[in-house]
Design a binder for this molecule. Structure first.
Ligand code: AMP
Ligand code: MG
Length: 503
């Protein structure tokens, strides 16, 4: 048994009274409901992030404090924090789903300006038929992936901790309960806007939009740009959210991240990856891959993510129409996706190939690489990492990359084109190209089977795998020779892991 051991120096536990009231909660009763969290019985630490703690201004002793363990597992012990759940609606799998809301999440307030939210700390007025709980397996996945994505540079909500309990929770089978403490500047979703718009609550819609603009997009009140939407702050906000969302999804595609359930209620108004459920990092590159077993139509297949993001942004635009002077402004703001997304993707992919700019020849090379990878279902992460190493010599006699392909001639021809373009366009040495590439093509991503190893061990209260995996994923571009096996191909049993919406 390896419980994460808090440091011994717990003489002066960090005070809980640092919580300040959530700015969102101050919007009032149309937006939030007070909730009483239901504590996890006999909680224990499963995992924690010292990095997130630091961002919240918590000193190194915080995790040794029983008060924090209680606080972060839903035992509401701080009078400064007033837990609340927020109401939102949304489109799920393309269909209007009506009112949803934080059914098992509640915010405790803010620490250093960041909202701290517990997921799994009991039911709320928005739980519908749900039990308000989260299970250990999905909590570990959310915790690890939040921190892994952050380390990859992908905009995301963060995770401070996971606490667990032996209390039973029923899903397809008996599981145990856990609570993730997640952290973000705001958890406002597209669905919050849809909620008030659909209910024709225009005053509340405006209050919400003004809040988001004032807190997070103040530049939208300046009409310096000549863009047709710039004269209306709400259209300008739509353009800003469109840009951030395009950049986020381009980043997902470049690291092979499949979100799995891109409903509008899971889309962050800040362009953060939000609500880690049935997500998956691709092993083999299959653009049609569907990671969510509940997604029978493949609506959220990997290659569809950019289009779905655009569709979701349209829902947001539709919701904002009552605040926008002319529909053309909203359409103009949304149309920028068609520029931002391809440019952001091309830039990311060119960087993965070691180029500084993404001109036409680089774009063609990216396209041919992806076609080759898809044709042979080559491992996505391993391809880029090997290519990064191979680039140090660009020796066509070195089979490191070719070995990944059955059609070796096609691979060889592509490598020749890669080498030619580098030679033609830059005076950088192969070594410096390789170094650049190794800094953007991770050796380690949270493959499904790696998460599974951490989960299986955690179920026996051995949290050492989770801790080691977390340490590797927090630094995914380094070699970590002791854990090289985690950078290898997914084992055959990985294909049998089924991840659904059940969590
Ligand atoms: P998700 O598919 O996880 O994004 O959840 C969709 C909606 O269902 C959200 O409003 C959640 O808060 C709610 N929900 C999911 N699971 C539960 C649960 N176990 N108890 C209460 N509400 C839940
Ligand atoms: Mg959700």
């Amino acid at each position: 048994m390896h419980e994460p051991q808090p440091s011994a120096a717990d003489s002066a536990p960090p005070p809980l009274d640092r919580f300040t009231a959530s700015r969102y909660a101050q919007l009032g009763a149309d937006f939030v409901c007070a909730v009483d969290t239901v504590p996890l019985p006999d909680p224990y630490w499963v995992g924690f992030s010292q990095r997130v703690a630091q961002d919240l201004g918590l000193d190194a002793t915080w995790k040794s404090s029983p008060q924090w363990l209680a606080q972060l597992s839903g035992n509401h012990s701080s009078p400064e924090s007033q837990p609340f759940a927020s109401v939102y609606s949304g489109h799920q799998f393309g269909v209007w789903a009506g009112q949803l809301g934080d059914g098992r999440a509640c915010s405790l307030g803010e620490l250093d300006g960041l909202e701290v939210q517990l997921k799994g700390a009991g039911p709320t007025p928005f739980s519908r038929r749900g039990d308000g709980r989260a299970v250990l397996r999905s909590s570990i996945r959310e915790f690890l992936c939040s921190e892994a994505m952050h380390a990859l540079g992908v905009p995301t909500t963060r995770a401070l901790s996971v606490t667990g309990s032996d209390a039973p929770v029923w899903r397809e089978e008996r599981e145990t309960a856990a609570v993730v403490a997640r952290v973000a500047p705001s958890f406002v979703r597209f669905g919050h806007f849809e909620h008030f718009s659909h209910g024709q609550q225009t005053a509340e819609l405006k209050t919400l939009a003004d809040f988001v603009i004032d807190q997070f997009y103040p530049q939208c009140r300046e009409t310096t740009s000549a863009a047709p939407w710039a004269s209306n702050p709400y259209a300008a906000m739509l353009a800003a959210v469109t840009q951030r969302t395009a950049e986020m999804v381009a980043h997902w595609q470049s690291v092979g991240f499949c979100h799995g359930v891109m409903n509008t209620d899971n889309m962050s108004i800040l362009g953060l990856t939000l609500d880690y459920g049935p997500f998956q990092f691709l092993d083999a590159y299959d653009p049609t891959h569907i990671c969510n077993h509940s997604d029978t139509q493949g609506r959220y297949a990997f290659y569809k993510q950019p289009n779905v993001a655009y569709w979701n942004l349209y829902c947001l635009g539709q919701a904002l129409l009552p605040l926008i002077d002319e529909q053309e402004q909203a359409i103009g703001a949304l149309e920028t996706f068609k520029i931002h997304y391809p440019n952001a993707l091309a830039q990311r992919m060119a960087t993965k190939l070691g180029f500084v700019a993404a001109q036409e020849p680089q774009r063609a090379l990216i396209e041919s690489a992806l076609q080759l990878l898809a044709k042979e279902r080559v491992d996505f992460t391993i391809f880029w990492r090997r290519l990064s190493h191979w680039a140090a010599t660009m020796d066509l006699g070195d089979a490191l990359v070719q070995d990944l392909f059955v059609d070796r001639n096609a691979a060889q021809a592509w490598l020749e084109a890669f080498k030619r373009l580098h030679t033609q366009t830059s005076t950088d040495s192969p070594f410096s190209v390789s170094q650049r590439m190794l800094g953007v093509n991770p050796k380690y991503v949270l493959r499904n089977h790696l998460g599974e190893l951490a989960i299986r061990a955690a179920k026996t209260k051995d949290f050492s795998v989770l801790q080691q995996l977390q340490a590797v994923l927090e630094d995914p571009f380094s070699e970590h020779p002791a854990h090289a096996a985690w950078a290898g191909f997914a084992p055959d049993w990985a294909a049998s892991i089924e991840i659904s919406c059940s969590s």
